[in-house]
Design a protein around this ligand. Structure first.
Ligand code: C2E
Ligand code: CA
Ligand code: CA
Ligand code: CA
Length: 291
């Protein structure tokens, strides 16, 4: 069931170095030499082809098969090894490097899906994460359109993942772009659902297709009754609003049972597979090893 790979090692190193980013003094954000070095390296990362996309399957458990895939960025640093997105995406956002990086991810992920479809893998969508910064540019719609047409993909095979906080941050422009994308046929998911600050009333006016239940809820369904109730409520909410619902962070047989008993068929998590390279992903689909 569980596919182990380089990701495990990466997260170990993340725990060790996790706190070395910033230190705070008198309300000021004083950056460490380490993070400035990392920023300098990041400027070169794209052209030196150090960025890689890992892919994590999304499973339809009622059919026991892989139906979609999420693109998750990693940085293969020449001396530090694999770096997790939480460690460099904040820097990319501060420096606006997220603009060229985000564009690259979109293009690359679309080309990869096209290649898999051509090889006969029946995937219905590729999910790509977006940052708020990317919505502040005026050309996001054009970039998405471009990535799709360059790859020769239909718009509905792309799902963009946005957080609630992103949507709230720059409402006017973000909503306008979301509507344009939705009209084109692109799917839109709210990521980490339940952790942001959006109100439920707002939800029904948003042009969205999918809710992704944040992994923190599922992970404590055993110890905290509230989290089980919240997870169940989000599943019902999605059903009543006619939205798809995906559970992320599915790690155990108990999680799978809990979700399928409550009618949530779409699942993503270490129980099925960690994020992996494109080659490993193709291998997984070939063998269709899910159970
Ligand atoms: P996210 O979009 O919420 O992605 C889910 C994260 O949960 C991923 O972490 C994934 O590896 C991890 N995960 C998957 N299954 C499980 C599980 O069963 N248990 C646990 N504990 N975790 C699981 P990752 O790859 O480190 O990405 C972290 C975040 O970085 C993402 O969170 C997303 O917000 C951001 N990110 C990743 N790629 C991109 C990108 O291309 N662009 C932007 N803007 N953000 C990205
Ligand atoms: Ca996501
Ligand atoms: Ca998420
Ligand atoms: Ca997240």
């Amino acid at each position: 069931t569980l596919i182990k790979n380089a990701d495990a090692a990466m997260y170990k190193s993340k725990e060790i170095s996790g706190n070395s980013y910033h230190f705070f003094r008198a309300g000021m954000d004083v950056r460490t030499i380490e993070s400035i070095k990392l920023e300098n390296d990041l400027y070169k990362a794209l052209e030196q082809e150090e960025l890689v996309i890992y892919y994590q399957p999304q499973i339809d458990y009622s059919e026991k098969r892989i139906v979609g895939v999420e693109a998750l960025l990693r940085w293969n640093h020449p001396t530090r090894g694999m770096i997790a997105p939480d460690q460099f995406i904040p820097i990319a956002e501060e420096t606006a490097l997220i603009i060229p990086i985000g564009e690259w991810v979109l293009k690359e992920a679309c080309l990869q899906l096209k290649s898999w479809l051509e090889q006969g893998y029946a995937l219905s969508s590729m999910s790509v994460n977006l940052s708020a910064r990317q919505f502040e540019q005026n050309n996001l719609f054009a970039l998405v359109q471009n990535a799709l047409s360059e790859a020769g993909l239909l718009p509905d095979s792309l799902q963009l993942e946005l957080t609630e906080n992103l949507i709230i941050k720059n409402q006017e422009l973000t909503l306008k772009t979301m509507r344009e994308l939705k009209d084109l046929g692109v799917k839109i998911a709210i990521d980490d659902f339940g952790t942001g600050y959006s109100s439920l009333g707002y939800l029904k006016s948003l042009p969205i297709d999918t809710l992704k239940i944040d992994k923190s809820f599922l992970q404590e369904i055993k110890s905290e009754k509230d989290n089980a109730a919240i997870t169940h409520t989000i599943i019902l909410l999605a059903r009543n609003l006619n939205l798809s619902v995906v559970a992320e962070g599915v790690e155990t047989k108990e999680h799978v049972q809990f979700l399928s008993e409550r009618g949530c068929r779409l699942m993503q998590g270490y129980y099925f597979s960690t994020p992996m390279t494109a080659e490993e992903f193709a291998f997984l689909m070939d063998r269709n090893i899910l159970e």
